[in-house]
Design a protein around this ligand. Sequence first.
Ligand code: AMP
Ligand code: ZN
Length: 115
Amino acid sequence: MNSCLFCKISAGELPADKLYEDENAIVIRDINPQSPHHFLAIPKKHYPAVHDIPQNEMPPLFAGLMNAVCQALNSSGLHNAGYRLVINSGDTAGQTVPHLHIHILGGRQLEWPPG
Ligand code: AMP
Ligand code: ZN
């Protein structure tokens, strides 16, 4: 049985506040937002991190994932306001859900470097 949280949300087995969905990816609102706009773009196919994606699957997966990111940016208005895309990978980067996802953050002044 697949116990992955984002696999279950992608499959509609657990609820989420969805901004966008197609056959490749979903974009949901983060349950614990770190900025006024905080979305997660999640590929439906399970890989823990970018370095786990086979080379031949990289182009279609990222085309689908980045299309979902852009749909959310455009519908939320962040494309005009400015935003940050983040992928946390591994414990030291603070990854808590081991299913690849891109954080979309915006709606406030974002500090650099991140903590
Ligand atoms: P990361 O720590 O980079 O793996 O990001 C995981 C993100 O998933 C965190 O920002 C969490 O707040 C968020 N999260 C955890 N559970 C849920 C959920 N059920 N629905 C939406 N976001 C979630
Ligand atoms: Zn998964």
